[in-house]
Design a protein around this ligand. Structure first.
Ligand SMILES: [Ca+2]
Length: 263
């Protein structure tokens, strides 16, 4: 009797417990992420796609044929580049292997060769401004012009407007040194007040007052500094510097500007 009484009282309770257990969702196992249901596709509606990244507009005309820029380099005055970092500099990481080639449109030439050079220092300490575009890039004494201490600039007048694809600058490469606040700009305004395009700026603390630069400082070598100008159009190219790790003076051995005439 006892057994059948228990059986009849427990039966509804067990059924209720089973129903509750079926309704309560099981807790996710520890360490396992809850399974996410895939979204149910709605008929007639297409899933939203991520908009494509905006393309950066090239500054110059789009060239059909690009070739590596060929540079005639002077003889190296020393081997390799130093591995130490001079105090206060913001040096680029040492490069492994040869310098990667810069691709430029076919027919690009050095349009700075023999062109007139002006400067913030009209009376250089050593040499003359014409040395900046005379084609001599050697590390020898007598191949560079030396400007006074502090921030100085040299400016090349290309005589007409060009699409500029590269600027190469050799300060001095007789000894390893790092030039400070190297800023390279292009403009149609000889006073560089309006329409100024900055191609390179490694003044990381704005000590030259031309704006904060995000490019890195670098060791001067026989290779010169190759700057990608991306086809920007302009007649004047101005290069600033503010002394070097050697001293406060500013020396320029050569500046090359590779471009094509702009319409
Ligand atoms: Ca020269």
């Amino acid at each position: 009797m006892m057994c059948s009484k228990h059986k009849t009282a427990a039966a509804p309770f067990a059924a209720l417990l089973l129903a509750v257990l079926m309704l309560v969702p099981a807790a996710p196992a520890q360490g396992k992420r809850p399974h996410k249901r895939p979204p149910v596709p709605v008929r007639g509606k297409r899933p939203r796609r991520k908009p494509p990244a905006r393309r950066v507009k090239p500054r110059g005309p789009v060239a059909k044929h690009l070739v590596p820029l060929k540079l005639k380099l002077p003889k190296p005055a020393f081997k390799g580049t130093p591995t130490h970092v001079p105090p206060g500099t913001n040096l680029e990481k040492p490069r492994k292997g040869p310098r990667p080639p810069l691709l430029v449109p076919t027919g690009v030439t050095n349009v700075a060769r023999g062109k007139k050079v002006t400067s913030s220092d009209s009376e250089p300490i050593i040499g003359e401004l014409a040395l900046v575009t005379d084609g001599d890039k050697s590390a020898d004494e007598g191949s560079y012009v030396e400007l006074g201490p502090g921030r100085q600039w040299v400016q090349v007048d290309l005589k007409r407007k060009y699409h500029i694809y590269a600027v190469v600058v050799w300060h001095t490469h007789a000894h390893a040194q790092v030039y400070h606040d190297v800023v390279v700009q292009v403009s149609d305004d000889p006073d560089f007040i309006k329409g100024v395009h900055t191609l390179f700026n490694n003044d990381h603390d704005n000590s030259s007052g031309l704006g904060l630069g995000h490019d890195k400082e670098y060791w001067e070598t026989y290779e010169g500094k190759l700057i990608d100008a991306k086809g920007v159009a302009g007649r004047y190219v101005r290069l600033y510097s503010n002394g070097s790790t050697a001293d406060e003076q500013n020396r320029y051995t050569e500046v090359e500007v590779y471009g094509l005439p702009a319409k």
